[in-house]
Design a protein around this ligand. Structure first.
Ligand code: AHR
Length: 513
């Protein structure tokens, strides 16, 4: 008898058994106030490792199909994501970058040494025109990070005039001479990056003054509706940084205040991207879920100075950070991407959606071949990571109206520590279709959820799922489609209630009419 009991228990464990207690989610369809800004789904491309050179950019003489040197397969993949904006050229690199070195005939451009990332020499062949024309191909808004750390006010003011001034001026003449008649009308401008660290090791009071000085000289030449000038923001829980900026910078000089948060176990012992224990997995999930507290607390400080919530919280770097892949340059930050990273993406994007009132721009670090990349390349080959698939599944939320929800979640418990197993967000698009994204981070238990959506009778539901058997599974160049979205049907609809069972470690997006 005992034997029989224990073997059926074993079976339940192996199958990822369903927790007895019910999770509930109630979606409020009438109290919809905020738009989920599509720019929450932004990406980041730094001159770092093989993100730009050997990633996006292979040069126009490459045998890899390209448009003006940019890989066509990457362009197609990012268009499918509806990539809304792309941040460039850094990162730490931005505060060493002198944009005038990257314009004009490529063979005349000076080289530079990338101080932060591997000390490699770059030939500046990918510059302002290359980036902004690429953004046009992608249909993405460019987000330029200006050099405050080692640049000058004049240099940044000139960059704005070069990219944005239509009439006759020294910089627009230079742009025309370099083959571009019309301005690109770049709206998103970062005033330095990580000014507290690689951007100049400044104190917040000093940076606030620098910021005020820089933005004084940055004009909206083409009346684009207002440039969005973004202050270099806090690292993680440095609330004093946000408080000091909000206190010392007049609101009419600010479009956004940035914040960076990476999901990392320990900066000195990050652990492998593909070989990790459940304890390490739990630690990374804890870091990813910390985003909720960080966003809430930074936003609360902003509310004190900006009660009308005009200024955006811009999370322009986020994602998982592990040790580099064995045998790769430690300065290139190349890492693989498992279903663990899909969990980070799923819960983080739910947090951003749910804070749509304040978080209006965010950038996953980074787009290609660096950190939590959506795309990895190896010579002519390209693969899409699990993180890519989450971004693709969640694109339905872009510019949709946030539907607030309340969640009662089971705990994911490991060694007496607890995290909520379920994360979710919901929105209604312009056609009236509702999308609900759901994540179960628990690697052993499926979760049964009762989902109440408004009060009206619903007519139909479809679903897509991303999951994998093992936490450590990833897409490789040998097996590029090991993890990809599939149709999901494990739910039942009754009037306005959906009962759904989310498998262990899964991301599901439901479409409800
Ligand atoms: O994304 C990698 C680096 O992380 C960026 O260059 C920097 O801003 C951050 O510290």
């Amino acid at each position: 008898m005992i034997k029989k009991f224990s073997s059926s228990l074993l079976f339940l464990f192996a199958a990822g058994f369903v927790f007895a207690q019910q999770n509930t989610i109630t979606v409020n369809t009438t109290d919809a106030k905020y738009t989920i800004n599509k720019n929450i789904y932004g990406h980041f491309a730094e001159h770092l490792g093989h993100c730009i050179y050997g990633g996006f950019y292979v040069g126009d003489t490459s045998s890899i199909p390209n448009t003006n040197g940019v890989r066509n397969d990457i362009i197609a993949a990012l268009k499918k994501l509806q990539i809304p904006n792309l941040r460039w050229p850094g990162g730490c690199f931005a505060d060493t970058y002198h944009w005038k070195d990257g314009i004009g005939p490529k063979d005349k451009r000076p080289s530079m040494v990338n101080k932060w990332w591997g000390g490699v020499t770059e030939d500046n062949s990918f510059g302002t025109h290359d980036f902004l024309n690429m953004c046009e191909l992608l249909g993405a808004e460019p987000y330029l990070s200006g050099n405050v750390g080692s640049g000058t006010v004049q240099e940044l003011a000139d960059w704005v005039q070069y990219t944005n001034f239509k009439g006759k001026s020294p910089m627009s003449d230079l742009r025309k001479q370099n083959g571009r008649a019309e301005p690109w009308k770049v709206k998103l401008w970062g005033i330095g990056n990580e000014a507290w660290g690689c951007g100049g090791n400044m104190k917040p009071e000093y940076y606030a003054d620098e910021y005020r000085k820089y933005v004084t000289f940055i004009a909206d030449w083409e009346n684009t509706g207002g440039l969005m000038r973004i202050a270099s923001g806090a690292s993680d829980a440095d609330y004093n940084w946000t408080e000091t900026l909000m206190k010392n910078i007049p609101l009419n000089m600010l479009g956004g205040v940035a914040m960076h948060h990476y999901s990392v176990l320990d900066w000195n012992k990050k652990g492998s991207a593909v070989e990790f224990s459940e304890e390490q997995y739990f630690g990374i999930m804890k870091q990813a879920l910390l985003m909720e507290e960080l966003v809430t607390k930074h936003a609360a400080i902003m509310d004190k100075y900006d009660p009308q919530q005009k200024i955006a919280l811009v999370v322009d770097e986020w994602g998982g950070w592990y040790d580099v892949e064995n045998g790769t340059n430690p300065g290139f930050l190349y890492q693989q991407n498992t279903i663990r990273d899909a969990m980070i993406a799923g819960v983080t994007l739910n947090i951003f959606n749910n804070h749509a009132n304040r978080v209006r721009v965010a950038n996953l670090a980074q787009c290609v071949n660096v950190l939590q990349a959506v795309i990895l390349t190896n010579k002519e080959k390209m693969i899409l990571t699990p993180t890519y698939h989450v971004m693709e599944m969640y694109k339905v939320h872009q510019n949709a109206t946030l539907l607030p929800l309340t969640i009662t979640s089971n705990d994911y418990i490991l060694d007496g520590q607890k995290l909520p197993a379920i994360s979710s967000s919901a929105s209604k698009d312009s056609t009236g279709t509702i999308h609900i994204s759901l994540v179960n981070i628990d690697p052993t238990h499926a979760q049964k959820i009762t989902l109440n959506i408004g009060t009206e009778k619903l007519s139909g539901t479809t679903g897509r799922i991303l999951t994998s058997k093992k936490l450590q599974d990833y897409n490789s160049f040998a097996d590029p489609e090991k993890i990809k979205p599939a149709i999901f049907k494990d739910f039942a609809l009754d009037k306005n209630t959906i009962t759904i069972t989310l498998p262990a470690t899964s991301v599901v997006v439901l479409t409800v009419k």
